[in-house]
Design a binder for this molecule. Structure first.
Ligand SMILES: CC(C)[C@H](C(=O)O)[C@@H](O)C(=O)O
Ligand code: SF4
Length: 470
């Protein structure tokens, strides 16, 4: 009988070109996504070596990090402008398809790829960006690479890579109303820490995962990297196949049916063993909010800011003390008493249409607190268009949210959207490190519904108690 394999091992085996004991392997890359921040030196390297892009047909580019989301063609920062212009020139020169600021498909690279149907089960996908793990939601082996690796993939369509260990993150039970995919992943990281998956590729399994939509699965896989994992995977199923059906770059007609038949093989075999297994019961989850400066420093909305002395290890006590000081919080304060100045709804974690629908549902008929500056930034031009078709933009603007263009925006302070020193933000993004959203800015990670509710109340609030207006 054939050996039983995990999903990761199956994809790995299908892509290994050279495998030698004690050395990294060489694997084939099916899809290479590119953005303006990590590609300029890679293209420059090709140019200096007189090389071409090996497979321009497997390479797709967009601009996201530096794009202003208000007045997008007016890029005043010289470095941002240079990165954007350089990407345009490089894509022209090397024949790479670019979704630029004139394209409806421009957007955060990890929103764009799946939306266009470029992301398929079983593919190996790389991008010079850590949140490439997002694409694992389709059962693709997707991970971030560095700029020199971007150059290597451009030149050869291959990558040196060591095989990872496998970890099953089993999400049992069912989520209660008001709980979202963001709460699952924040809950996992709060429980197990930001490095429990270092050296592993995670496969998320269990009933709660099976019940998620594709967009929710992307939210979970997106933050795998915040648990230290190389990548996160979810085995494809009918939800995946339905999502991909008819998308521009998905196989069409007969080829689609054939692809689905192949994709159905992409599951972990019954009896295959993971190197490690961890579990979380989704039915125990409560809306999550981070209080500190790492995604693992999170807690239930019904809880209080922790007291550092209560942490078990010296390192944790010190880290908590430092984080609480940076965040300007006081131990014992109920999370629902923390006021916010800014609300950011967007990013590759939560900038898709379902996220905007969830936020709009909360915001409908309410007004943003007068002390809060709130913005909604669609993950892509297509998300924006769809939201406008559904009238979500009206709900947001009537409530007092700003309605922006697609880009990374306030997820990271690389464009005109950033926090001022001391400002406190409820953010649907994935990182809350010191200075992440602006120097001395304070970030609390939450779900889109929780962010919208915070915008209206002017402080964190439990969405489970929210009164929806028709
Ligand atoms: C700028 C880019 C390289 C970076 C990443 O790799 O993740 C960014 O997207 C981020 O989220 O911090
Ligand atoms: S939205 Fe944020 S996390 Fe995602 S790619 Fe952009 S900067 Fe990185």
């Amino acid at each position: 009988m054939a050996t039983k394999k995990t999903l990761y091992e199956k994809i790995w085996d299908q892509h290994v070109i050279v495998e030698e004991q004690g050395k990294p392997s060489i694997i084939y890359i099916d899809l290479h996504l590119i953005h303006e921040v990590t590609s300029p030196q890679a293209f420059e390297g090709l140019r200096l070596a007189g090389r071409q892009v090996r497979r321009p047909d497997l390479t797709f580019a967009t601009m996201d990090h530096n794009v202003p989301t208000k007045d997008r063609f007016n890029i005043t920062d010289p470095i941002s402008k240079q990165q954007i212009d350089t990407l345009t020139t490089n894509c022209e020169e090397f024949g790479v398809k670019l979704f630029d600021l004139n394209s409806i498909d421009q957007g955060v690279v990890h929103v764009m790829g799946p939306e266009l149907g470029l992301t398929h089960p079983g593919k190996t996908i790389v991008c010079g960006d850590s949140h490439t793990s997002t694409h694992g939601a389709f059962g693709a082996l997707a991970f971030g690479i560095g700029t020199s690796e971007v150059e290597h993939v451009l030149a050869t369509q291959c990558l040196q890579q060591s095989k990872s260990k496998t970890m099953e993150v089993r999400i049992t039970g069912e989520m209660n109303p008001g709980i979202t995919a963001k709460d699952i992943i924040l809950g996992v990281i709060a429980k197990y820490g930001t490095d429990f998956a270092t050296g592993y590729v995670i496969e998320y399994t269990g009933k709660a995962i099976r019940q998620l939509s594709m967009e929710e699965r992307m939210t979970v896989c997106n933050m795998s990297i915040e648990a230290g994992a190389r990548a996160g995977l979810i085995a494809p199923d009918e939800v995946t196949f339905e999502y991909l059906r008819g998308r521009e770059y998905a196989p069409q007609g007969e080829a689609y049916e054939q692809a689905v038949a192949n994709w159905k093989q992409l599951v972990t075999d019954e009896g295959a063993e993971y190197d490690t297994v961890v579990e979380l019961d989704a039915s125990t989850l409560i809306p999550q909010v981070t209080w500190g400066t790492s995604p693992g420093m999170g807690t239930d909305i019904s809880n209080v800011v922790p007291t550092p002395s209560e942490f078990p290890t010296d390192n944790q006590r010190k880290a908590a003390e430092k984080a609480i000081e940076y965040m300007g919080l006081t131990p014992g304060t109920p999370m629902t008493d923390i006021p916010v100045d800014v609300v950011f709804i967007g990013s590759c974690t939560n900038g898709r249409i379902e996220d905007l629908r969830a936020a709009a549902q909360i915001a409908k008929g309410y007004k943003v607190s007068e002390n809060v500056k709130a913005m909604v930034v669609p993950g892509s031009g297509r998300v924006k268009l769809q939201a406008e078709k559904e009238g979500l933009d009206k709900i947001f603007t009537e409530a007092g949210f700003e309605w922006r263009d697609a880009g990374c925006s306030m997820c990271l302070a690389m464009n005109p959207d950033y926090l001022l020193p001391g400002e406190r933000c409820a953010s649907t993004s994935n990182r809350n490190f010191e200075g992440r959203q602006g120097r001395d800015g304070r970030t609390h990670l939450v779900s889109p519904a929780m962010a919208a509710a915070a915008a209206i109340k002017g402080r964190f609030t439990d969405v489970r108690d929210w009164e929806l207006k028709a």
